[in-house]
Design a protein around this ligand. Structure first.
Ligand SMILES: CSCCC(=O)C(=O)COP(=O)(O)O
Ligand code: ZN
Length: 209
């Protein structure tokens, strides 16, 4: 587990990378990392590609503020729920890419199933392109507490492994350390882009199940 300063440095670096990838337009997205005292999370309304130490808050695992003067991310409860649900989760990166936003909109099901891609094997737990990667999709909701409850309920019967999609909104990627969450994020975004391209060619009806 990281101390606060290390966790914040890693998230600042991740923010520059995610911004450069164009997965967090404007002030979209938020990042967090588990720490000895709870977790650190980005402040609300910031450009996450230009974060400094002042743009972070420290909270305990009940959501009680420990340090930081700025307003916490509007989506703090989702991060908190993921840490409460998944003991191994050390980092959460939330992005708003075009591919994640559009794919989650056009997929009518409550999950996005992907198969046949060699890059699936870059996700922890996958050994073959023939396996099916299933990413849950939750309807977007401005009531983040309610959305978090839906995610929690879902996790009880289908554990969240790499991340979840929020419809028309974006991706929450999770990992056991900063390197793993960055890998999960990059692989998922790559697969979403591939799938979107495939659907543009074959027709979106293929995904309306
Ligand atoms: C303009 S982005 C809308 C809010 C959002 O979805 C997001 O990821 C950023 O919210 P935050 O409060 O963490 O800045
Ligand atoms: Zn968001």
């Amino acid at each position: 587990m990281q101390n606060n300063n290390t966790a914040i440095s890693q998230l600042i670096e991740a923010g520059k990378w995610v911004s450069q990838k164009e997965w967090i337009p404007a002030t979209g997205g938020n990042f967090s990392a588990r720490t000895e005292s709870g977790f650190v999370i980005t402040a609300s309304g910031q450009d996450k590609g230009k974060l400094t130490n002042e743009h972070f808050l420290q909270l305990d695992l009940q959501g009680k503020p420990l340090a930081g003067t700025k307003k916490r991310s509007a989506e703090t409860q989702l991060h908190l729920s993921l840490y409460q649900l998944i003991p191994e989760a050390q980092c959460v990166l939330h992005t708003h890419s075009v591919a994640a936003t559009v794919l989650s909109q056009i997929t009518k099901s409550h999950k996005l199933d992907l198969t046949g891609y060699e890059m699936q094997k870059a996700l922890t737990g996958f050994t073959s392109h023939l396996e099916t990667l299933s990413i849950p999709i939750f309807n977007n909701d401005q009531d983040i507490d309610h959305l978090s409850l839906l995610v929690s309920d879902h996790h009880l019967h289908t554990p969240i492994e790499h991340g979840v999609l929020i419809r028309g909104h974006g991706l929450y990627a999770v990992g056991r350390n900063i390197d793993e969450v960055r890998r999960h994020l990059e692989v998922l975004e790559f697969l979403f882009s591939c799938e979107l391209e495939r659907l543009k060619i074959t027709g979106i009806q293929a995904n309306n199940k």
